[in-house]
Write a protein that binds this ligand. Sequence first.
Ligand code: NAP
Length: 265
Amino acid sequence: MPGPEARLLILGGTAEAAELARRCVAEHGARLDVISSLAGATEAPVHPPGRVRIGGFGGVDGLRRFLAEQSIAAVIDATHPFAARMQANAAAACIQAGVPRCRLLRPPWQRRPDDHWIEVDDLDAAATALGSLGRRVFLALGARDLAAFARLDDRWFLVRAVSAPDPPPPLVSCRLVQARGPFALADEHRLLVEHRIDALVSRQSGGDGARAKIDAARELGLPVVMIRRPAPPVPPIAASVDEALEWLRGALSKGLAQARLPGAV
Ligand code: NAP
């Protein structure tokens, strides 16, 4: 049986990265060797189809070496919109290595007239913005983001995580809920009511999987301190898995005319 004709690296850790891997395998079959890369931050991550590698590359130089050693034909960076370092490293390494790369970046949520958002640039500004917004706050953030709120010792916080953070959250008064998304609107609504939440803090993640809490906050008339995204990456940018697959078809047809994988038939 002929071997793969090209190798794709997907920088993953998101639902759309997993969907992209699944659809690449379905569309290209054995002709494309799909490697998904995960940072290794999540305990027991869900493995997408194709091959999976885990752990950092060692900065731009490490990634550039990996691209060369593995004869990568194309890279799709499907990391989270807030994975600013990986996004920048991927762009730089691919430019240096001459490997075509596309950023898959889901569109941000659109603010509606009945949303009460306070938009800020970072976690410290989010803590400051909580000011007089209420005593009971849902921090819809990652475990390593919580330290910025430690100084607010007069608040009660709700924190949600897939597994119990180690070390525990550095917050004087908080309740941890263990759960893995995506979450339905009715469940998010209930969570906010049950815990008598006054305000939320969220990143401007975009996408359907994390938006139910924003919709529930709107229904309940609650303020959301919304942390803006990091600066946009260099193009090309695909806004959906469909667009990323279209880009890949183009990149592979160009690349395969010039080169084949060592050892590939
Ligand atoms: P980051 O700050 O941009 O990346 C920090 C370092 O982690 C990178 O420099 C890289 O290490 C390594 N890394 C990140 N993503 C990687 C990947 N897919 N494969 C191999 N190494 C990776 O990223 P982060 O915000 O810590 O996010 C880490 C991972 O979690 C990402 O894969 C992201 O998609 C996922 N995630 C993040 C969020 C979020 O809110 N930030 C939410 C959901 C999922 P080296 O420099 O050593 O290569």
